[in-house]
Design a protein around this ligand. Sequence first.
Ligand code: FRU
Length: 474
Amino acid sequence: MNADRWRMGFHIMPPTGWLNDPNGLCHFRGVYHVFFQYSPTWPEPHAPRGWGHATSCDLVTWEQHGMAIAPELPEEASGAYSGSAAIVPDAASDGGDLMRLYYTGNVKLPGNYDYIHAGREANEIRVESEDGFTLSPKQVFMRNADYPSVCSCHVRDPKVWRQDGVWWMLLGARDLFDKGMALIYRSDDGLAWTLHRIVRPTEAFGFMWECPDRVALDGAEYLSICPQGMADHAWSGGLRDVAGYIPLAAGERLIDAETVDPDLFERWDSGFDFYAPQTFVDNAGRTILIGWMGMPEAPYTSAPAGMTWCHCLTVPRVLSRRADGGIAQVPVPELAELRGEPVGLAANPRAALGEHRADVVVEGVEGPFTLTLDGVLEVSWSGGELVLRFLDAVPGAQQGLGAGRTERRVPLERLDTLRVLVDSSAVEVFANDGARALATRWFPVAENLTVSCAGTCAHAVVYPMGDGMRGTYA
Ligand code: FRU
């Protein structure tokens, strides 16, 4: 893996095999824990997913710990699916904090089922850890019969948080009529749960909601969801599943909400590769989001021929409330640790040192502006639209550096700042201090990244970026 040309220097990827959703994100006893959906034996078919595990003290350098939660129980025979972490203060035997992980055991029964109304089990499971590594025996605490009778077999992805001295749990669900919704449970001890309410959209919005999350910023709350069945919405770029959030009314709390307004839904990221994000609050009080830099059912590939691993996570992004009530996302400032000496950016392509990694910073943009990577991947703004475009794309074919990716557009009244992180085969674009984000994978072939820009701006530099993952895969 160390020699893999598309291995990343500051994005978490699987040591081998397949990765999807980030799981169990937390800052526990001074260590950042990132678990993720993991199938080490991919591309072998039908390898059930478990939880892979990576840790960091600085969000820049990471250690990989292999499979933390392997699907072993009959209740998780088809995969230990997504879930979250809760930190219980002072509850460990040494008087320190206790880590509790909640996730869904997925079971597909053999037979002739539709796997929507029959043939699938969704079991909620809990494990605990005093050190973040050694896990207690698994406890199954909810089964299909325990969910409201309006639920189909699709119920999953518990997200647990504490509010008002009570533990709350969100579950994503599909009802018997193919409508997406979220269940909210409450608990005094984090062990025994009772249904608090069902949250539905005011108008149908997708057939299933995956990976629900609650975000609170400056006293304002948001429901983050991944609705499935969005292909007909113009803004979905034809994708079946998208990730976004719905702001609640001023002063409204999710635990009091009966409905949410899908007209207010905003995508977290309008690029090609972003799904199933999860947030957590770190010890400094920052709300940090990490997304899966992949997409279910995408018409483009993230594993061109010969690759032995598939997908990565986004860098950790710090969230803040925008003046217009939406959410801004910026890379954690810690990543600046990896920056080398900046070089000025100009219309002539500039090679970034440090192989194929760079942090591009553009400020004070006036009017139309274009940034081009390797002469092929273009980020441009003009006429009220931010566009991410592969110039070598062949429509309908998995060709070119984007391996089938073509073009993404997002409305943006004016462009002010641009920040672009390039990490070998991952690119994350942030416009106007993180007001818009676009993530994409690509598979560049040049040894060194070249960057050029056209347009007027006050300041434009490229920092070559170091390799935070050196040694991670040794
Ligand atoms: C989202 C998802 C989750 C599920 C997990 C399985 O990408 O489908 O709903 O728990 O992936 O890997």
